[in-house]
Design a protein around this ligand. Structure first.
Ligand SMILES: Cc1cc2nc3c(=O)[nH]c(=O)nc-3n(C[C@H](O)[C@H](O)[C@H](O)COP(=O)(O)OP(=O)(O)OC[C@H]3O[C@@H](n4cnc5c(N)ncnc54)[C@H](O)[C@@H]3O)c2cc1C
Length: 494
């Protein structure tokens, strides 16, 4: 990627979001509104990317074994220890979920740190440790001329974790990442190390996809890959409300390999302006360069992204760089792997008094204009700093029980910068509930790895198979050994 292209993607937030990386701290709702709820970081607590999920744990374990009997035995031993004391177990990877979804309260918090990967170029798949990060996967596939078929827009996340939240990306026209998983092995609640696929233990496969680790502990997966390619972007400006439908139409073109949309975030014209960016293969596919890293340009771009905070003029200027400057200076070719090889830290705010909070909503392409109207009403009523929106296409997911895209959806990923205060937390909760309500009203859903502000009623309406999931979970895991904050907040009571 030319430096101009990469700089632009970062300045504009192109496909990338903006996020604060792992802070540590307590959430104390009894504090008065303006009191800081910034982290303190106890040794026996664990937090996540929000910095707002500090939770007491019993113990933290990091396992480095390759997927094999030794790893399964260590997971089993941890579970045996926990179940005897009635404590929960959960595995995490990068803990970029934002509501304790990877944290077992007073339990055994396990992290697998191992980048083992075995590509099978003949069959277009690779076997990979559940704890491997996408940066490790890209590093292994890129020299072979391959690329992950679907992953998030950043490369820090764990592959198993990605399956467990059933994340999506911006390669098109695919469904969520789970759609690209052929099989996996996991240790179930009985301590058996079993294989799950659409043919073998099919219910466990489908409960684990987007099941937040509540059905078992994954050790390794077999995942599809695609050829890496050199791609060229095209840009098309349009009214914001039309981007959803245009994105859905664009992905029907088999030549389009990656695509995303953007809308502006300045208050005066909120969501009025839109941009569709599509990537098609370059005619020249010879001598693909190695997947690029971020380098100094990303660090410089961070300042421009952050300058948007509280500054409507900069927000407007950033939109100009995206729509007018971008196509002029950033239209060069770039490989698929370079586009997705971006670390979260690139846009980190590094401000201990604030945290970046993501929201994500999924709506049918034909309801996208209604979604825009909802955002225009709800978001300005809060005082959160709105920094970015990226739109993606997600094909229907017929598999996972907790599916957010049972039919094709436009995904709207939104990034806000939030003060670390009780007042801001209350304001964010109110805005989130309002948005979720409006999205459910138009037949949409919201994404589960972010802040747990949805009411229990909203959760059940957005995920109608939740009761069935809980009933089966109680049958296969009667001691409720696999638990986390998602279970505690939304599922336990069902
Ligand atoms: C900056 C940023 C960008 C993002 N971009 C995207 C995006 O483009 N698309 C998208 O869909 N999402 C995106 N997300 C959301 C992201 O995909 C999830 O938060 C995901 O959980 C992050 O992976 P992780 O390694 O941090 O998982 P963790 O938070 O560590 O874990 C997530 C869940 O998986 C479970 N789990 C992890 N490993 C295992 C295992 N081996 N066995 C059983 N359970 C396990 C955990 O218990 C937990 O419930 C983004 C989030 C951030 C912060």
């Amino acid at each position: 990627m030319s430096w101009t292209r990469r700089a632009l993607l970062l300045v504009t937030g192109g496909a990338v979001g903006a996020w604060g990386a792992g802070r540590w701290g307590p959430q104390n709702p009894s504090l008065d509104g303006t009191t800081s709820i910034a982290p303190t970081g106890g040794a026996d607590t664990l937090n996540d990317a929000s910095g707002l999920s500090e939770t007491p744990i019993h113990r933290r374990v990091i396992l480095t074994d390759d997927p094999g009997e030794a790893l399964a035995a260590k997971l089993r031993a941890e579970m045996a220890n926990a179940v005897g004391e009635g404590r929960p177990v959960a595995v995490s990877a990068a803990r970029h979920s934002m509501g304790g979804q990877a944290i077992p309260r007073d339990g055994h918090a396990i992290t697998c740190d191992n980048g083992w990967i075995e590509p099978d170029t003949e069959n277009g798949v690779y076997r990979v440790h559940a704890g491997a990060r996408w940066s490790q996967v890209i590093a292994a596939l890129d020299p072979l001329g391959f690329s992950p078929k679907v992953m998030q827009s950043n490369n820090d996340f764990g592959v198993g974790a990605t399956f467990c939240v059933n994340a999506h990306g911006w390669p098109v026209p695919h469904g969520p990442m789970g759609a690209t998983v052929r099989s996996f092995r996991m240790v179930n609640a009985q301590g058996e190390w079993i294989t799950c696929s659409r043919e073998e233990n099919a219910d466990l496969f489908r409960m684990s996809m987007g099941g937040y680790g509540l059905a078992g502990l994954l050790t390794d997966l077999t995942v599809e890959m695609v050829p890496n390619r050199r791609l060229v972007p095209s840009y098309e400006e349009m009214p914001g409300r039309e981007v959803g439908r245009a994105l859905a139409e664009a992905v029907a073109d088999p030549d389009v390999d990656m695509a995303y949309g953007r809308v502006n975030v300045d208050r005066a014209r909120l969501f009025e302006d839109g941009l569709l960016i599509t990537y098609r293969p370059d005619a020249d596919q010879s001598d693909l360069p190695p997947a690029a890293g971020s380098g100094w340009v990303s660090k410089a771009s961070r300042h421009i992204y952050r300058a948007q905070l509280g500054n409507e003029t900069v927000k407007r200027a950033r939109w100009w760089t995206e729509t007018d400057l971008g196509p002029l200076v950033g239209g060069g070719s770039v490989t698929r792997n370079s586009l997705i090889n971006e670390p979260v830290v690139t846009l980190d705010d590094r401000d201990p008094a604030r945290t970046d909070i993501l929201h994500e909503y999924f709506v049918a392409p034909e309801r996208f204009a209604d979604f825009v109207a909802a955002c225009q009403e709800v978001i300005p009523a809060s005082y959160q700093e709105f920094l970015n929106v990226t739109l993606r296409y997600v094909a229907a997911d017929p598999d996972s029980w907790l599916a957010y895209a049972p039919v094709p959806r436009i995904a709207a990923v939104m990034s806000f910068s939030q003060e670390m205060t009780a007042r801001a937390e209350a304001d964010m909760a109110r805005m989130t509930q309002d948005l979720i309500e409006r999205v459910i009203d138009i037949g949409g859903t919201y994404y589960l790895p972010y802040r747990p502000h949805a009411t229990r009623g909203q959760f059940q309406r957005a995920y109608p198979r939740a009761r069935e999931f809980v009933a089966e979970k109680r049958r296969i895991d009667p001691d409720l050994i696999f638990r986390n904050a998602l279970w505690d907040r939304y599922l336990e009571a069902l």
